[in-house]
Design a protein. Structure first.
Length: 376
C-alpha cells in the first residue's frame, strides 16, 4: 500500500517523467498501528520535484496515527480485560512482527486508557444541549467506593435516551445535584418549559430540581416508594400491602388511586405508623403520570427510575475489575466511559409514540400551576 501511494505520487519506478511533481527520497525507520500494537516499518519518503519540501504519503499518515490504539485500549478495558492482559486480546500478526512490536506494555495501555476516558468525560460535560428537545429527565446516584456520583439521563421527544451529565460528591446532597442541573442549564438545556423529572424520592434531588427548573413536574419512583413502605412491615403483611399499592399505581383513575393509597395508610396508622408515614410522604408525586394521562406502554418507562438504573448497572459492570480507586477523578472517568458504552446499547423508550401527547399534557400544567413564589 505504501509503494502504491509512492507510485501514484511520483510515477512508476524506472520511468523518467519530466512533468512529475515529486521524486523518491529514500526511506527511514517508522512505525504504524497494526492489530492494536505499534509495528516497525520502513517509511518511504517523497519530496517535491523542486526540492522545496516533503510530500506526505497518505497511507503512512493514516496508519501512523495512534488514535486507534487509544480506542482499542478503551474498548478492551471496559470489556474487563486488564492492562496487564491487554496483549492477549490483540489480533494475531505473526510471531516475528509481534516480537518487535511495541505499545502493548501495561503502562502504555494504562496511559492510553486514561487519555481516552478523560476525553470521554470532557466530551460528556461539554456537549451542547441547546437543540435537545427534552420531555423527561431522570436523575439518580451511583456509589463507587467512598464516592457518590449523580448522573442525569434525558429522554427526547422522539424517544431517544441521552446521557447528559455526571457529578461527584460524598453523598447525593442538594449542592452536588444543583451544580449538575445548573451545568445542564449553562450548556443550553431549556429549563423554562415543563419537563417530567423522575427521581427516587430523595429530598436533595427534589429540592435541586425545583430550584433550577421553572416548571418541573416530578414523578417519584413507584418502586422505591413500594420498597420503602414494605421494608417497614413484616413479610406476611408486606406482600399484601405491595399488591395493593401496585394495583393502585396501575389504576387508570388517579383520584381513585390516591383514595386507595390513603385508605391503606389509614389502615396502617395504628399497627405500623412508620410504614403509614412513608406511604403518605410524597404520595401525590408517585401518581403524577396518572394525572398526566400517560398511556400504560409509556407509563412503564416513566413510573420508575429503572431506565437510568439500567445505565448505571452497565457502568458498574464495566468497573468490576477495578480494585483500588485512587481518587474522585478516576471515578468520574470510568463512569463517563461506562455511560458512553451504555449509550451505544440504547434503543428508543417503549411507548415513544405517546411522547408528543405527554409534551402537550406537560405544557398544559403551566395554566394550573402557580409561579414558584406564589406556590411558596
Amino acid at each position: 500500500m505504501l509503494a502504491e501511494d509512492v507510485a501514484r505520487l511520483v510515477g512508476p519506478k524506472g520511468r523518467h517523467n519530466p512533468d512529475r511533481a515529486a521524486v523518491r527520497h529514500g526511506s527511514e525507520p517508522g512505525q504504524v498501528t497494526l492489530g492494536g500494537r505499534r509495528v516497525r516499518v520502513r517509511r518511504p519518503r517523497v519530496r517535491s520535484a523542486d526540492g522545496t519540501g516533503e510530500v506526505a504519503v497518505p497511507t503512512y499518515q493514516a496508519f501512523a496515527s495512534t488514535e486507534l490504539l487509544g480506542q482499542l485500549a478503551l474498548e478492551r478495558m471496559l470489556a474487563k480485560l486488564s492492562a496487564r492482559r491487554y496483549p492477549a486480546g490483540l489480533e494475531p500478526v505473526g510471531t516475528d512482527v509481534a516480537s518487535t512490536a511495541s505499545g502493548t506494555s501495561k503502562s502504555a495501555v494504562s496511559r492510553r486508557f486514561v487519555a481516552r476516558t478523560e476525553h470521554a468525560l470532557a466530551e460528556l460535560l461539554a456537549q451542547d444541549l441547546t437543540a435537545l428537545d427534552l420531555v423527561a429527565l431522570l436523575v439518580d446516584g451511583i456509589r463507587v467506593a467512598d464516592h457518590c456520583c449523580v448522573v442525569a439521563l434525558g429522554i427526547t421527544l422522539d424517544g431517544t435516551k441521552v446521557p447528559l451529565a455526571l457529578a461527584e460528591g460524598a453523598t447525593e446532597n442538594a449542592t452536588v445535584v444543583t451544580d449538575l442541573l445548573v451545568g445542564l442549564r449553562e450548556r443550553g438545556l431549556e429549563v423554562t418549559r415543563p419537563v417530567l423529572v423522575v427521581i427516587d424520592g430523595a429530598k436533595a434531588l427534589r429540592r435541586a430540581v425545583t430550584d433550577v427548573f421553572d416548571h418541573p413536574v416530578i414523578q417519584r419512583c413507584q418502586l422505591h416508594k413500594l420498597r420503602n413502605v414494605t421494608d417497614r412491615l413484616p413479610d406476611a403483611l408486606a406482600s399484601v400491602v405491595a399488591k395493593r399499592m401496585r394495583a393502585a399505581y396501575h389504576h387508570p383513575d388517579p383520584l381513585v388511586a390516591r383514595a386507595e393509597l390513603e385508605a391503606l395508610a389509614r389502615e396502617l396508622d395504628r399497627s405500623h405508623p412508620g410504614a403509614a408515614a412513608s406511604l403518605r410522604e410524597g404520595l401525590a408525586e408517585t401518581l403524577t403520570i396518572g394525572r398526566l394521562g400517560v398511556p400504560p406502554t409509556l407509563a412503564r418507562t416513566l413510573r420508575s427510575t429503572n431506565t437510568i438504573e439500567s445505565m448505571i448497572e452497565i457502568c458498574r459492570d464495566h468497573t468490576t475489575n477495578v480494585k483500588r480507586w485512587q481518587d474522585g477523578q478516576m471515578v468520574l472517568r470510568w463512569i463517563a466511559a461506562g455511560m458512553g458504552e451504555a449509550a451505544k446499547q440504547f434503543r428508543r423508550v417503549n411507548g415513544y409514540l405517546y411522547l408528543p401527547a405527554l409534551r402537550a399534557a406537560l405544557d398544559a400544567t403551566i395554566a394550573v400551576t402557580p409561579p414558584k413564589e406564589d406556590a411558596a
